[in-house]
Design a protein. Sequence first.
Length: 280
Amino acid sequence: MTVNGGPTTPDTIVLIHGFWVTPRSWEEWKAHYQAKGYRVLTPAYPGFEVEVEALNADPTPIENLTVPAVIDHLEDVIGGLDKPPILMGHSAGGVFTQLMLDRGYGAVGVAINSAPTEGVPVVPLSQLKSTFPVLRRVGSKKAAGFTHEQWHYAFCNTFTKERSRQLYERYHIPASVRVLWGSALATLQPGHQDTFVNYDNDRAPLLFISGSDDNLMPPSVQRSNAKHYKSNTVTEVKKYPGPHLLPSRDGWEEVADDALEWAVSHAREGNARQAPSAGA
């Protein structure tokens, strides 16, 4: 499908990356959507604007990362647009998509293999195994990466080892131990934490997409997250064959096109948080 419709139809797609990767992980989807006539933005977390190779060589920006800083940056990017965009996030990017919708940004959201927001206690064994290499460093302020074997299990378990290694070398970076532990403990700590959303809030429609063979964020996580929403706003869940790195599976175009079709058909016109058009 291509861009069409009236003046309120979204013409911009914002793709939000997750942990252990950078905006480069969206390179195929970005080109795919641009070919359909959309403006596509892939904002990096603060300090992540450099290439994968640079972050692997010097992970200081990863060690300094905070969730509020990411939220502030996304609010600047999305709030500065002329009209509400389509928001799509993968993994932790799915959390940030939910946080943005909760704050009134975006016309519609798609969360792909999303990590859970605060209050979703589902922790499958495969998720524990996937994250253990990082979470075992409790109290560390450093950044921790995966070996290729760990990456293959967590991100690419249905891919060939050769394809998995290609993606590892192109996309993989360390993740912040501090941020991951903060997210993991959010449900157990008193008060609202960084990944809190108001599940009763009236917000734009949201689609959860899960990979049937995802070890890092299995489908049960998305199903539980979706069930937490109590408002009458549309919240749906779809499942596709594939692992955590669903945007890179063979036939990813099907997922990308289905996500876009759903988003366009459910997009809301108004959004009080969006900046007015220039000259308005």
